[in-house]
Every structure is written in C-alpha cells, then in structure tokens.
Design a protein around this ligand. Structure first.
Ligand SMILES: O=C(O)CCC(=O)C(=O)O
Length: 283
C-alpha cells in the first residue's frame, strides 16, 4: 500500500471537527430519509482527496477497455471501486474521518457508527442513469440505522447526474426486494408515481454532501457533461449492528466481501468494520 501522504493541516483539522447539525437537519433526515448538508467540506479538502481518489479509481476501473455502448445499464451508470481505504493510506483518512462518522451517528440518533464500506462512483462523460433502487436490499443487517454519505468532489448540476430521492420512501416498504437493474427502474418508477412519492432532484453545491438511509429509494440521472461526475461514498451502520441470516445471494456476497469473519447473529466486529465514531470515546 502506498505510504500515507501527510494531510495539509487545515484538511486534517476539518476532518476531525464536528459539523454543526441543526435540529431541523436531523428531523428532515428522519422524516424524509435523506438530507443534504451544505458546506460539509471545504474546496481545499475536496481538491486534495479528488486527486488521490480519482487516481485509485481509474487504476482499478474494470471497464477501462470496454466502451460505454458495449456495457449494460449498470456498467454505463458508473465506474465503481469499493474499499479504496484498503488500497491507499491517504484515502483511509477520508473514509475514517470523524466529522462524517459523527454526523451519521447524530443523524440516525445512535451512540456510534461502524464502517460498512466505502466506494467511488464515477459517472463518466456520457454515462447513463443510475436505476431506482434501495441499498439495503444488498446489506444483511439487523437494523434500519444504516446510511450512505454521498460526497461529490465538485458541484453537481442536474446535467451531471446528482442523486434523486423518493421523499419519505424509507418508511413506505416499496420495492425492497429488487436488485438495481432496468427492471428496478421500471417497477420503482411506477410505484413512486402510483404511491405519490415526491421525487427530490436537486443540484449539489460545491462542498455539499447528502446522507440517505439504506431503505430510501433513489436514482440518478445520466451525465450529459464532458467531465466525469466524481463521487466518493462512505456507508455507516449503528455500532451494534448484527449480521442477519442471509436471505439471498446478494446478501451472501456482501457478507463475504464486507464482513467476512462475522457469524450470523454477531455484532459486525470484523477488522473491516471498525467503529469510526462513538459518543463513548468522543473528545
Ligand atoms: O451515484 C450514483 O449514481 C448512485 C449512488 C447510490 O446509489 C448510492 O450511493 O447509494
């Protein structure tokens, strides 16, 4: 693994400092299933990590030699590289940052957060839409207290493919048993419309991030611009989350990849799932 690059002092300080969440933001997250937090990271922090995450993502891009038109819908949607923190000590400092792990805990109202995994999601120039789906379909967790931080390295106007959320859909039990696919796009789109779920599709300002629950319906539009939509995500779960008996192959694959030493019914205390922030150890 490449040696750690020393973080600029201002970046290091920012990653350790809490984000001042308001009561309104916490309430919106719980009511709507997502919240967008402006000014979460500064331009300096974003530019610093953009470089290293982009380098590692392109190095590990399995579609390097496959043109967009030869890929399926999922392959057109983004280049996806998981657990970059295992590949790069500098990225590890981003994935493990206490600012975001604490915000996730405070939004969910739990005593601490554990890492599920990180991933980069780069929607190439001309890349396709991300079909409607719910993330927790894939995750064998015994809790609803799990969420993703979606962190773009740039501002994301509508033409760049920001996330679109189904407001309040984490409480509606809509289409929870479908893997992301052309089918999920069609079925969930119909369900969203027939259940009158409000679709919230807004641009992201530079420095803005969003958090969404594992059961929140979401999708993203295509990238109509000439530069890639460069996004990093970190997935958190409550620190006491236990492994569910897997229900299908996607659960089994995620178990094997993201928490291999955990046994069914145990707290996910695998070395891949450290507690990143806990009120018991907070300074
Ligand atoms: O970035 C995208 O297009 C999709 C992201 C997503 O589904 C997620 O982070 O849960």
């Amino acid at each position: 693994m490449p040696a750690t690059t020393k973080l600029p002092a201002a970046v290091e300080a920012e990653l350790a400092a809490p984000y001042a969440l308001t009561d309104g933001q916490r309430q919106r997250f719980r009511d709507d299933g997502f919240v967008k937090l402006p000014g979460f990271y500064t331009a300096e922090t974003l530019a610093f990590f953009d470089d290293v995450v982009t380098t590692r993502t392109l190095e590990h891009n399995k579609y390097r030699d496959v043109p967009l038109e030869q890929r399926n819908t999922y392959g057109k949607a983004f280049i996806q590289v998981g657990n970059l923190w295992e590949l790069d000590e500098t990225v590890k400092q981003l994935t493990f940052n206490r600012r975001a792990a604490r915000a996730a805990a405070e939004l969910m109202g739990v005593a601490g957060t554990r890492l599920w995994h990180d991933q980069s999601l780069y929607k190439e120039a001309g890349g396709g839409f991300t079909p409607w789906h719910v993330d927790q379909f894939y995750w064998p967790m015994d809790t609803t207290n799990c969420c993703t931080m979606w962190m773009p390295f740039t501002a994301v106007p509508l033409e760049h493919g920001p996330l679109c959320f189904g407001k309040g859909s984490h409480r509606r039990h809509i289409a929870r048993d479908i893997a992301i696919s052309d089918e999920s796009e069609k079925i969930i789109d119909q369900a969203v419309k027939s259940n009158r779920v409000e679709e919230v599709f807004e641009p992201y300002a530079l420095g803005e991030v969003s958090f969404h629950y594992g059961w929140t319906l979401h999708r993203a539009g295509p990238n109509k611009l000439d530069d890639p939509r460069r996004v990093f995500t970190v997935i958190y779960m409550a620190q006491d989350t236990r492994l569910l008996e897997p229900q299908h192959d996607n659960h089994r694959a995620d178990w094997e990849r993201w928490t291999p030493s955990t046994k069914v019914g145990e707290v996910m205390n695998d070395p891949l799932n450290p507690v990143l922030w806990s009120q018991d150890t907070a300074e």
